[in-house]
Design a protein around this ligand. Sequence first.
Ligand SMILES: [Zn+2]
Length: 90
Amino acid sequence: MKTPEDFKQQVKLHNITFWKHHECGICNTPIGYVFDNDQVYFSSACGCTSISSPDQLRSWEEIADRYNSIQENSKVNENLKLEEKEFWKF
Ligand SMILES: [Zn+2]
């Protein structure tokens, strides 16, 4: 299990600025988390949907929860788990 602090650290260490959550179904723009100055935002930048809004402040707990739930979900493809692991350089 990774902790919120682990992610904070990796973002700083490797200058990670964005973690993809999914791609917009209409224009394929990556939608996801933006890291800026110790803060986490959720960016829905492409503007295809009517709910497109300014970046929302999120928490490091949410990042850790999402990562851990990917790694622990037996239905998630092993390649995706590996990809995420490599992305975060754990
Ligand atoms: Zn879009």
